[in-house]
Design a binder for this molecule. Structure first.
Ligand SMILES: O=c1ccn([C@H]2C[C@H](O)[C@@H](COP(=O)(O)OP(=O)(O)OP(=O)(O)O)O2)c(=O)[nH]1
Ligand SMILES: [Mg+2]
Length: 153
């Protein structure tokens, strides 16, 4: 099991006490749950989007890594609580607070409790590109086909 050392700053005194520090729920978990660092419960009416603090910042530092903030399947499927940006991308040089854009895309209001697990953070590898401008590509089987080009339906 390979683990990456990651610098984290705790920006709110309640982290590690009233609001648990992020941890992998199981040995095989890909994501760390991010919790709502709120002063009081926050009700999201249908269609509302709010930027919610996590009380944490990370500095990934290594340009070959990034982090993604992804929805939790239970909240998204059962309650319509997903991310206002659909997916959050955390750059390796970002040092600000991790923020979760929380969107109620459902039909009923939803109250986010203080410390509620809102979304999950996944570290991912990144390859930065050096563009080589060419006139033509080598031929591929797919060519320019896309958007359903390979099927009949
Ligand atoms: O859900 C998110 C998405 C982004 N960020 C932070 C980390 C990321 O590195 C930074 C910038 O994000 P992004 O590049 O997606 O936003 P932008 O609209 O392009 O802003 P910028 O001009 O600052 O890059 O904002 C979050 O805290 N949460
Ligand atoms: Mg950007």
């Amino acid at each position: 099991m390979s683990r990456k050392n990651l610098q984290v700053r705790i920006l709110d005194d309640r982290i590690g006490n009233q609001i648990p520090f992020p941890e992998y729920a199981t040995e095989g978990s890909a994501g760390l749950d991010l919790r709502a660092c709120l002063d009081e419960p926050l009700t999201l009416e249908p269609g509302d989007t709010q930027l919610i603090r996590t009380g944490l910042s990370i500095h990934i530092a290594d340009p070959s890594l990034a982090a993604m903030i992804l929805p939790r399947s239970g909240l998204g499927h059962k309650h319509g609580i997903v991310l206002g940006n659909l997916v959050g991308l955390i750059d390796s040089d970002y040092q600000g607070e991790l923020m979760v854009s929380c969107w109620n895309r459902g039909r009923t209001s939803f109250t986010v409790d203080v410390g509620e697990r809102l979304a999950q953070l996944v570290l991912v590898p990144v390859v930065q590109a050096d563009f080589e401008v060419v006139a033509e590509f080598d031929t591929s089987v797919r060519g320019e086909g896309g958007f359903g080009s390979t099927g009949t339906r």
